[in-house]
Design a protein around this ligand. Sequence first.
Ligand code: ATP
Ligand code: MG
Length: 351
Amino acid sequence: MQAEPLLSLRGVSKDFGGGVLGLCDIDLDIAKGEFVSLLGPSGCGKTTTLRVIAGFEAPTTGRVLLEGAEIGHLPPNRRPVNTVFQDYAVFPHMNTAENVGFGLSVRRLPQAEIGRRVAAALDLVGLADKAARPVSALSGGQRQRVALARAIICEPKMLLLDEPLSALDASLREQMQMELKNLQARLGTTFVMVTHDQTEALSISDRIAVMNAGRIEQMASPAELYDSPATRFVAGFIGAMNLLPARATGDGRVEATGLTITAPGAQGLGSGAAATLGLRPEDMQIVATGGAAFRILSTVFHGSSLRLIGETASGIGLKLDIPRIDAPDLPADGVVQLSLRPGARPLVLPD
Ligand SMILES: Nc1ncnc2c1ncn2[C@@H]1O[C@H](COP(=O)(O)OP(=O)(O)OP(=O)(O)O)[C@@H](O)[C@H]1O
Ligand SMILES: [Mg+2]
């Protein structure tokens, strides 16, 4: 993080009235050139945060700062920010090139310059051959790319994207995620993207703000969120996670459902203290002897791995992933022994 962030929110809350608190005391710093995602379940305040940054929503309390200067009083068109909205509204009566050039026409730039910049923007989003096509004759994914080109052509300091890839099918979505990341790297523009898709956020963000019920629970790099979630919510939301009731043994370990595990978070806990043990499905393996008993109730095919869903001897539900290449012949009764995989990073979250 640089000394001076490009954009900061300080103590931003949004009260919609009628008991609906859209945002609750949000602090957020975004550095120049960063790709930040706002990730969280439906209704957690992602769009509201974006609208506060863009100036479409005035916070009830708190400040919006751009390079340290207050911009809370500026209307959207006076902020060096462009937004691609959740419904990516394109102008249906215009063709692709007219849609993309709209912002520059409004600014009355010379036609030759508009034409040059439209061509460059269409090239960037892979729609150069669709310039003259009416947008009504484009697919949903192509329209999203028109909306993207229309936003980047104005060369904003910051591009705000609300679920920009939601209309795309899985394979095009994955391809566009990489294109978006490459585009951002090439332009050097700061991107703030809203998504409720954790895989998408993990794949392309420099940092992710995980939101829940109007608050930011944790803001960190994808790897840090995955390896060291700060709260139970983040632990459960980022990737698959088994959250198991556990007791500290007092010597830096915890005991949970037949497994005794050394974990950094257990150091400070006294003997018998209640805690929650977080184990990723890939953190466990099947061993021949000496593990904790686990009864497999169902097996789900995930392609390169198998997910085994079952319960421990004490009836605690658990899922584990094993690479298919390692999958042993499972016994007829479905009971196997589990142990911690070497290199696993179990988490202890205090209760
Ligand atoms: N104009 C409004 N008036 C009243 N309540 C609103 C308004 N806009 C949003 N809300 C409420 O504020 C909360 C946050 O809404 P927001 O649109 O920011 O959620 P979101 O995280 O973008 O969700 P989604 O993933 O479904 O788009 C919700 O409870 C929503 O109902
Ligand atoms: Mg939204």
